[in-house]
Design a protein around this ligand. Structure first.
Ligand code: SPV
Ligand code: MG
Length: 431
């Protein structure tokens, strides 16, 4: 009897999976590897049911003889362990970021003369509907909201990308890259006050009000499933903050980050070049406490952002505030810096971690952009936010196009830098 290995990363078993399993069962004993949660989230398959339930659903299928857990996106270690005669997979991984995983499978199987058998990928209406249903489920507020806390347990560093509308939301949702033998993607989305304001041609001074920010969130939510971290600026008046927290929680936002400034807020990257006032510890703790009391779920996170390093108030002040905010109920701490060198961020994280090993630390490496995620993780950072790079890349590209059209009195010269008409009219899927 030959051994046949099939990996399954799905929550919903459809015709396509059954077709693969049927073909596999013609070859011998079918062993299914259920992808672990840790691996599934790297693979853009965020599980909506627990792994034990996924295992039970697959075990219940007549076509399956045995179920094991595949811990990595890569098949290499599980194949080395099982040494199957065959691996069966749909032919949908020949191109795209998963092609290298396929090549690894072929190379590994070669070591014991094993074979990869590919069956035509089924993409009929039922399969499309199942994919759609899985996405719709993930986009529901109760699933989306808790996903950030789930990711904090599953990922060494949760990476969030700035999004300002549906289109940038789709970029954060769908960009998957294979690099140095690993698949990677963004875990979450950051609704930046700077970029949300900039997109409207307004300064980042809390002028774009909450109703407008919620509209942006709604546009993003319409076309994505990943969790949202909202830049809540100062959180405003405590009396207003408690209402906004409830609205965000109900919408399915996962976290709000509020900064300990008061009065007219300016962007932190101005530092002390403009007048900015830091809130008192007492008032800010009160804001955190009231926000926490307004919540109805354990999913939503209120993260306190410390501006002491930005406002040159020193490390001691930053740490004192961090511990006070955690005591007041903050679910995470964001420490910000506008130095090019990440040393003050490292120093803060190291000192904070000597007393608090669990509260998530968030950083925004805009100024200290030479630092790698791995180094931040080594100092105890849990969430890294790429806060404005999409807007900063789009603006010069659009400006050059505008200038070139004016220079040439026609649009031919700019065309080579643009999406083709075919690409732009088919960029967004219709359902
Ligand atoms: C934002 O993206 O709006 C932020 C981060 O708050 S920063 O611009 O660095 O202050
Ligand atoms: Mg901001």
């Amino acid at each position: 009897m030959k051994n046949v290995y099939v990996m399954m990363s799905t929550d919903i078993i459809h015709e396509g999976h059954l077709h693969v399993l049927k073909e596999a069962s013609k070859l011998g004993k079918v062993i299914v590897g259920v992808l672990s949660d840790e691996a599934a989230v790297r693979f853009d398959r965020f599980p909506t049911i627990p792994m034990q339930e996924r295992i039970a659903n697959i075990k219940a299928l007549d076509l399956v003889d045995e179920v094991v857990i595949q811990k990595d996106v890569s098949y290499v270690s599980i194949l080395q362990e099982l040494k199957p005669d065959y691996v069966v997979h749909g032919d949908n991984w020949i191109k795209g970021p998963l092609a290298f995983i396929r090549q690894e499978v072929i190379d590994t199987l070669k070591q014991w003369n094993g074979e990869l058998l590919e069956v035509p990928y089924t993409y009929n209406d039922q399969v499309k509907r199942c994919d759609q249903m899985a996405k719709e489920k993930l986009a529901m507020p109760e699933f989306r909201r808790r996903r950030l806390r789930q990711l904090l347990k599953l990922r060494p560093v949760v990476k969030a990308l700035e999004v300002t509308n549906g289109l940038t939301g789709l970029i954060a949702e769908k960009t998957v890259v294979e690099h140095h033998g690993e698949v990677d993607q963004f875990d979450a989305m950051w609704i930046s006050s700077l970029c949300d304001s900039t997109a409207k041609g307004k300064p980042d001074i809390e002028l774009v009000d909450m109703s407008s920010r919620m509209r942006t969130i709604d546009d993003v939510m319409d076309v994505t499933t990943k969790p949202i971290i909202l830049d809540g600026d100062t959180g405003g008046l405590i009396e207003h903050f408690v209402y906004n927290v409830k609205t965000m929680e109900r919408m399915g936002v996962s976290a709000v980050i509020i900064e300990d400034k008061c009065g007219l807020k300016k962007n932190s990257l101005f530092g002390t070049e403009v007048l900015q006032t830091q809130d008192t510890i007492e008032n800010f703790c009160d804001k955190i406490r009231c926000g926490k009391q307004a919540l109805r779920t354990a999913d939503f996170m209120i993260i306190a952002r410390i501006e002491s390093l930005i406002l040159e108030q020193g490390m001691e002040d930053a740490l004192t505030r961090a511990f006070a905010y955690v005591d007041a109920g903050a679910d995470g701490i964001m420490i910000h810096s506008r130095k090019k060198d990440p040393q003050e961020i490292f120093a803060f994280c190291d000192a904070f971690r000597t007393k608090d090993q669990t509260t998530p630390i968030v950083v925004v490496p805009t100024s200290f952009n030479s630092v790698y995620e791995e180094d931040l993780h080594a100092h105890g950072v849990n969430i890294v936010i790429y806060a404005n790079q999409l807007t900063r890349s789009a603006f010069p590209a659009m400006q050059h196009t505008a200038v070139d059209i004016l220079k040439h009195h026609r649009a031919k010269e700019v065309d080579e830098h643009l999406l083709s008409i075919k690409e732009i009219i088919t960029l967004i899927d219709e359902y």
